[in-house]
Design a protein around this ligand. Structure first.
Ligand code: WTA
Length: 638
């Protein structure tokens, strides 16, 4: 593997690399970048200021990420599996695609995109199940220089329209339906509804997955299979990879923020490639034989970076799983580990907690000896889950990497390196080379001592930092670079121990983390408020055993008494329709008013305390417009 040159193999090598990355970032990253395939070398390694913000890595350099993920491996290891796909139903056969086969299929589909009018710079929305064609579609976009915007298959038509319109996508790739556990999700129906209000879309390419019957709109919709047949009839296509500037956009991925509207986080070709590759190689420490299983969906950043781009750019074998951990039985993950001889298992604390709830029986008789490294991502991991994972899955012999990062960071920023730097339960531990964390107090003062909590910021850019939010650079500046001057603000709270190791404590803004998924409270409130009869609502999080955070909604509703019973179900339905099932409140409390200050601001602190059950510890309520409302809300707590 070409990454051997920059794989860190010991604690002292880590310390040395870290120091160099901080003292001389340009030299450090240019040595690493040289190990990749470029059409033309960059003019300048790094140009940045956080005040605009302007961040450019390797600008002037020309490359195509798919040559780094595919073509270079076709030359050296054509028959190595690139993707192993495990279907939702264990009775269906799995599929292995070697680097050569994946390369071929990506070229075919890149030609299909071109045949359907796609070109460099176009935005393409991908709304698909977790099947090999999803990886193929993503890479085919990258091959022709089109910008992919993958939308998670659990989002509603309304969310889909918002995302398609924001990016002005001209083409959509979807499927008839998706299997998820025992459910069949009608993706094409949802897409059709979204497209009623998305006029920019001219073409829809539909893959057959569930074979459910779907209408095709004449002149707009074409079938994936027919298009591939057309390309096959023209002979074996080789699509010349578009020559992209390192700073050209690679993709947009929408994520929730504290306002109601999701942000289109933009990543660019060069820096994203280097960051996902570098972090994959160093955090997970794969060997050439490793089978890497990241259980995330490609609809989220974890799937982008650690199913697709990180592993493939490193020439590794990446497992793609269509289903859910507990279908059709609670031992499904362990069966997959045994069947595909998984070496690296990368999952979310919420999945671990839900599997813990099934006890040890599903693990019995499963051979997990191939496992070498375990990873977690997406939310703080509690001690119990960490130990359960370490003891029962890793049998105490696999390092557990607790990887902290965000959609905006492209890849892992703080984590131990498996078997190389020390782990500490519930701690993400130390920053990767190139990452300079800093903690600030509420007044924006740097906290220098250890054993403290603070707002987590990063001082300087690493290659994978977001470049902008699509179509709205001011928003990017306001969200990430304005809270604390000249720093990237993560929105997370963080504790630093005596040894300078970091433990992420959770969001400090109005963003919830439900089962490892980010959802803005404002987004949920907007959806609830759309429901007829709802006057106002306020959403907060509360601790939830499995999901990490549950969603608690306080809703002012002015309907009649008789309607109350059905209204709760109807609100849930509205939220599902508007955002998707992931945003459904766990609890809805109907109230006659909300705790507001005299200036009309909702005091969420009070609602949070009620939701958490801390009724005797509500704090000062004297500044409220109507302090009596608090008593009513406390009595009605669910
Ligand atoms: C949280 C997912 C604690 C955090 C990659 C962050 C974590 C948000 C961890 C980003 C971790 C992620 N420990 N918290 N190891 N990893 N988070 O954008 O609050 O979906 O800001 O990216 O998840 O979520 P996102």
């Amino acid at each position: 593997m070409s990454s051997e040159k920059y794989r860190i193999k010991s604690l002292s090598e880590y310390q040395k690399a870290y120091q160099e990355s901080v003292e001389n970032p340009e030299q450090f990253w240019s040595k690493i970048a040289e190990e990749f395939v470029w059409h033309k070398k960059w003019d300048k390694v790094l140009d940045w200021n956080f005040s605009e913000p302007k961040i450019e890595w390797f600008s002037g350099g020309k490359l195509n990420i798919t040559e780094n993920c595919l073509d270079r491996w076709v030359k050296t290891q054509p028959n190595k599996p690139a993707i192993i796909w495990e279907p939702n139903d264990p009775k269906e056969a799995h599929i292995t695609l070697t680097y050569k086969e994946l390369h071929h299929k990506v070229n075919q589909f890149a030609q299909v995109l071109l045949n359907n009018g796609a070109k460099k710079g176009d935005r393409i929305c991908i709304y698909m199940p977790m099947v090999p064609e999803l990886v193929i579609a993503v890479l085919a976009c990258a091959r022709i220089g089109a910008i992919h915007s993958v939308v998670f298959g659990g989002f509603s038509a309304h969310s889909l329209t918002d995302r398609i319109n924001d990016a002005q996508c001209t083409l959509v790739v979807t499927a008839d339906g998706a299997y998820r556990g025992s459910k069949e999700i009608p993706l094409k129906d949802i897409m059709d509804e979204a497209l009623l209000t998305s006029p920019s879309v001219k073409k829809v390419i539909v893959l057959a997955r569930t074979q459910m019957s779907i209408p095709l709109v004449d002149g707009r919709d074409v079938r994936w299979e027919d298009e591939i047949a057309r390309v096959e009839a023209q002979g074996n296509p080789f699509v010349t990879p578009a020559s992209m500037d390192a700073e050209d956009m690679l993709f947009i991925l929408y994520t929730s923020g504290s306002t109601g509207k999701p942000k289109g986080v933009v990543h660019t070709c060069g820096g994203y490639m280097i960051w996902t590759n570098y972090t994959f190689v160093n955090v997970f420490q794969p060997t050439p034989e490793s089978i890497h299983f990241c259980t995330a969906d490609i609809g989220w950043i974890t799937g982008h970076s650690y199913i697709v781009y990180g592993p493939l750019s490193a020439g590794a074998t990446s497992v793609l799983f269509e289903g859910i951990p507990t279908y059709p039985y609670a031992g499904r993950f362990w069966e997959i580990v045994e069947k595909h001889k998984i070496s690296i298992l990368y999952t979310a604390p919420t999945a671990i907690r839900s599997l813990m709830a099934h006890g040890l029986e599903p693990l019995e008789g499963k051979n997990l000896d191939t496992l070498k490294v375990l990873g977690t991502v997406g939310e703080p991991i509690n001690k119990e889950a960490w130990h359960w994972y370490n003891d029962n899955v890793g049998k105490g012999k696999c390092p557990v990497v607790d990887t902290w990062w965000q959609t905006e960071t492209a890849g892992i920023l703080i984590s131990n390196l498996a078997g190389v730097t020390p782990s500490k339960p519930t701690y993400a531990t130390l920053p990767l080379p190139g990452v300079q964390p800093i903690l600030l107090d509420e007044y924006g003062q740097e906290i220098l001592e250890n054993n403290v909590n603070g707002n987590l910021c990063i001082k300087a850019p690493w290659p994978g930092i977001l470049r902008t939010t699509y179509g709205d650079h001011d928003r990017c500046k306001l969200n990430y670079f304005s809270t604390f001057k000249d720093l990237y603000f993560t929105g997370d709270g963080c504790f630093r121990d005596d040894h300078g190791q970091y433990r992420i404590t959770g969001r400090v803004d109005d963003v919830l983390n439900v089962s490892g998924h980010r959802i803005g409270t404002a987004e949920i409130e907007n959806a609830i408020n759309m429901h007829f009869g709802v006057v106002e609502s306020a959403v907060v999080g509360y601790p939830h055993d499995i999901k990490g955070q549950g969603i608690y909604a306080f809703v002012i509703y002015n309907g009649t008494e008789q309607e109350m019973e059905i209204v709760l179900a109807a609100i849930l339905h509205t939220v599902t329709k508007v955002i998707g099932a992931i945003a459904k409140p766990d609890k809805i409390q109907l109230v006659s008013g909300l705790p507001k200050t005299r200036s009309g601001k909702i005091m969420r602190r009070i609602l949070r305390k009620v939701a958490e059950g801390e009724l005797d510890n509500i704090g000062d309520i004297t500044t409220l417009l109507d302090p009596n409302i608090v008593e009513e809300i406390k009595i009605g707590r669910l």
